[in-house]
Design a protein around this ligand. Structure first.
Ligand code: SF4
Ligand code: SF4
Length: 372
């Protein structure tokens, strides 16, 4: 990334980023407000962003509040992640139709309009890197994911204000984006000024940045942003100690504490739906009543359902204890065996959106204490 532009874009010129991306043919997606939450959707202008809103998050709790300044990115993560665009909750990937005495089998995978994400947080960049590893290559590569991913333009936003359930600093995934973006913004306020330190991460990012009114960033600008990010890192309320976590968790496989967690867990599956790295799906076949058309669908599934592990005659994980353990062990241990990386990026969504406030950082800390 060396020698690429780092520039200052004033707030009044920020719409130009949208305009430049649209001119290049991108469909823009980013944060917006709906149903009292920040969600991701297709947007077309700065005004679609949750301007002047912030969020308060804790275990099992999420509230939006008006901020005392008109920030564009003054909140952190809502319940949705970018997987809704790249690996949609429901997707048809095979169409079969009868033609006389023959069946025609066709792929439903189509070339997609190029998409630009605005507002990707550093932990979410790591989640995308995980998806690239799991779905973008190798044995389980998904064509639909590859088609969407290859045309993606990413504008990341560094987090100068960590959320109540974030723990990216301890996972080494934030609060500053270090790669995997085309542009990275740090939203700054200084003596009445509102501007964005904007770093190009690719040649394409630099090309777009040149379309936006900007001035070259000075050392003082860069140091001010770094200081804001250092403070954000220090303010993060939660942490997860990842040192030798794979081995530590394997040693706690038979710990009675799993049973205690299962007394609280309702196996609702919320944690898997909101998680930006969970990728488990089910496959369903449907046939039209006249027998002329059939489709094969992929739908998000969750390891918290009994059916998920059903294999001819019974479910392998019939108890809540076994299902919660599968989820947490997968994130922190099995994932490392499968993909050589952790399956958790520290976004905190599973903590916020767990209706009973089960907190992966607390449970991991409990197991670590027991392990000593
Ligand atoms: S841990 Fe929480 S969110 Fe996950 S299944 Fe259990 S109750 Fe639902
Ligand atoms: S396990 Fe929880 S904190 Fe980790 S990436 Fe998934 S939702 Fe985020």
């Amino acid at each position: 990334m060396k020698n690429l532009m780092i520039a200052i874009v004033e707030r009044k010129d920020f719409q130009s980023l949208f305009d430049a991306l649209k001119k290049k043919g991108y469909q823009i997606s980013g944060p917006t407000l709906r149903d009292n939450a920040v969600i991701y959707d297709n947007i077309s202008s700065v005004e679609d962003l949750p301007v002047g809103w912030t969020d308060k998050q804790d275990a099992g709790r999420y509230r939006l509040e008006k901020s005392d300044r008109a920030s564009l990115f003054g909140y952190v993560l809502g319940p949705q992640s970018w997987k809704k665009f790249l690996y949609p909750a429901e997707h048809t990937f095979l169409n079969i139709s009868r033609n006389g005495k023959r069946f025609e089998v066709g792929s439903a995978e189509e070339e997609q309009q190029p998409q630009a994400f605005i507002g990707v947080r550093p932990c979410e960049l790591q989640a995308l890197a995980i998806y690239d590893r799991v779905l973008g290559e190798g044995e389980f590569a998904a064509t639909s994911y590859q088609l969407r991913r290859k045309k993606l333009f990413i504008t990341a936003v560094n987090c100068i204000q960590p959320g109540g359930t974030c723990f990216c600093a301890s996972m080494k995934t934030g609060p500053k984006a270090t790669g995997g973006f085309d542009l990275a913004l740090t939203e700054m306020f200084d003596s009445g000024r509102h501007y964005f330190l904007t770093e190009a991460g690719t040649k394409l990012g630099e090309e777009v940045l040149k379309q936006i009114p900007n001035r070259e960033a000075g050392e003082k600008d860069i140091l001010a942003a770094e200081e804001a990010l250092r403070k954000a890192s220090e303010k993060m309320g939660r942490r997860l100690d990842i040192k030798d976590i794979k081995e530590m968790m394997y040693r706690r496989f038979d710990d009675p504490h799993w049973e205690e967690i299962s007394q609280r867990c309702m196996t609702c599956g919320n944690c898997t739906m909101v998680c930006p790295t969970c990728f488990c799906v089910n496959v369903e076949d449907t046939t039209s009543l006249d027998g002329r058309e059939a489709q094969r669908l992929r739908k998000w599934d969750s390891c918290f359902t009994v059916d998920f592990s059903y294999i001819h005659g019974g479910s392998i994980r019939a108890t809540t204890t076994s299902r919660y353990r599968q989820w947490m062990m997968h994130k922190l241990s099995y994932w490392q065996d499968q993909f050589g990386m952790l399956g958790c990026v520290g976004c905190g969504r599973c903590i916020t959106w767990c209706p009973v406030g089960i907190d992966i950082t607390e449970e991991a800390a409990y197991f670590r204490k027991e392990d000593k």
